[in-house]
Ligand binder design. Structure first.
Ligand code: V47
Length: 362
């Protein structure tokens, strides 16, 4: 018997079996139905069609070069005011030290993001990439969200294409998926009105993709967004992906309300986490990978998410700071053995990858 309890899902199931695209209304139904297992079952069909049981992970290090930020997003616990007591900006010797600290691990990816620090000159960003590349020449550098790219362009006073070419020469390999939050005008006004709006974010992503960079894309959920805004987000991403093919991975990010302006919001539940992974897998038929970011979703939810559409877990993650302040006791790293064990224990096949999903030989 088909593991779908809500009969309204049956036409969607037929579309999934035939490989047909789900509509806006289908997306709304996927959020409305209480048949989470039915949604997960369909997402798993897509996941297994694309990847079988393979589950990707990467040996990576996160580097957050500054927490100074002038965007004041209401969901963020990471940012600091420029002269505040917790403000920091890494100097180049400090960057070098952070990268050297993990030279004993065969890390293949360095993921670099930071706040929008209005005083950093263009040379800082180029030095940052060159310094990292100098210490770890073989690692792929995934750095700078679309919001940072806009700031870098502002201080560079050059065209975005020229900036992207300079960054590539300095070592940039691809772009991470943060900063987009939810592509919705209402949420932009309410939560992050100092940042790029949806159209500007998409235009920046388009420019980066057209310049040959791949990027990820996230969706921050579990605060004040509505189901129709999540669906709008996914449909707009899907449209740009039809055009550029530049997105590698979709990453639903589970909101952590502690120490933010939205601390009154109840945190997302396991049900929310699994549903957003599954709906993402079903709606984003043209994006290859769906990531359950274990550091925010937790390892136990990630194990289940691997049966609800996710085929990626992120990685070993040395030093993650964005939600550290929003946490009480989140662990910041898993060893290779722990990650592999987490995936195998869930009944999936662990595959070490690099940033662009080339398989790293065992
Ligand atoms: O854009 C900020 C989010 C993002 C909170 O590309 C919060 O592989 C939860 O984008 N609770 C940055 N989330 C992180 C990010 C990311 C992470 C892992 C992998 C990749 C990738 C990208 O973190 C921000 C924002 O959406 N964020 N504050 C919070 N309190």
């Amino acid at each position: 018997m088909l593991p779908i309890r809500d009969e309204r899902l049956l036409p969607l199931h037929e579309k999934v079996i035939d490989g047909r695209r789900l509509s806006w209304d289908d997306g709304i139904l996927l959020y409305e139905t209480d048949d989470l297992n039915g949604v997960g079952h369909m997402a798993n069909l897509v996941r297994e069609r694309k990847h079988g049981g393979r589950t990707y992970w990467v040996r990576n290090q996160h580097l957050n070069y500054t927490n100074v930020c002038n965007k004041l997003c209401r969901f963020c616990a990471f940012y600091a005011k420029k002269d505040g007591p917790t403000a920091y900006t890494l100097s180049m010797p400090e960057v070098e030290e952070r990268i050297r600290a993990h030279l004993d691990i065969p890390i293949t990816e360095i993921h670099i993001v930071g706040g929008i620090h209005p005083r950093l000159p263009y040379s800082y960003y180029l030095d940052l990439l060159q310094t990292v590349r100098g210490v770890r020449p073989d690692a792929h550098i995934k750095a700078f969200t679309m919001i940072e790219l806009q700031q870098i362009q502002l201080v560079a006073d050059k065209s975005m294409d020229e900036v992207l070419a300079d960054l590539r020469d300095a070592g940039l390999g691809s772009l991470p998926g943060g900063g987009v939050e939810v592509l919705s005008d209402r949420l932009h006004t309410e939560l992050f009105d100092r940042k790029l709006d949806g159209d500007e974010w998409l235009e920046t992503a388009r420019t980066a993709h057209n310049a040959g960079f791949r990027s990820n894309v996230t969706m921050l959920y579990g605060h004040v967004e509505r189901p129709e805004e999540r669906v709008e987000h996914m449909v707009r991403i899907r449209e740009l992906q039809d055009e550029t093919g530049g997105f590698l991975t979709f990453i639903p990010l589970s909101f952590h309300p502690e120490n933010t302006d939205l601390r009154h919001c109840p945190p997302p539940t396991g049900q929310d986490d699994l549903r957003n992974i599954a709906v993402g897998r079903l709606m984003l038929d043209n994006v290859d990978h769906i990531k359950s970011f274990w550091i925010m979703n937790t390892a136990p939810i990630t194990q289940v998410a691997l049966w609800y559409g996710a085929d990626d877990t992120d990685g070993t993650i040395q030093e993650y700071e964005v939600t550290r302040d929003a946490e009480t006791d989140t662990r910041q790293a898993l060893t290779r053995a722990q990650l592999v064990e987490m995936i195998s224990d869930a009944g999936r096949e662990p595959v070490e990858r690099d940033t662009l999903y080339n398989v790293i030989a065992a």
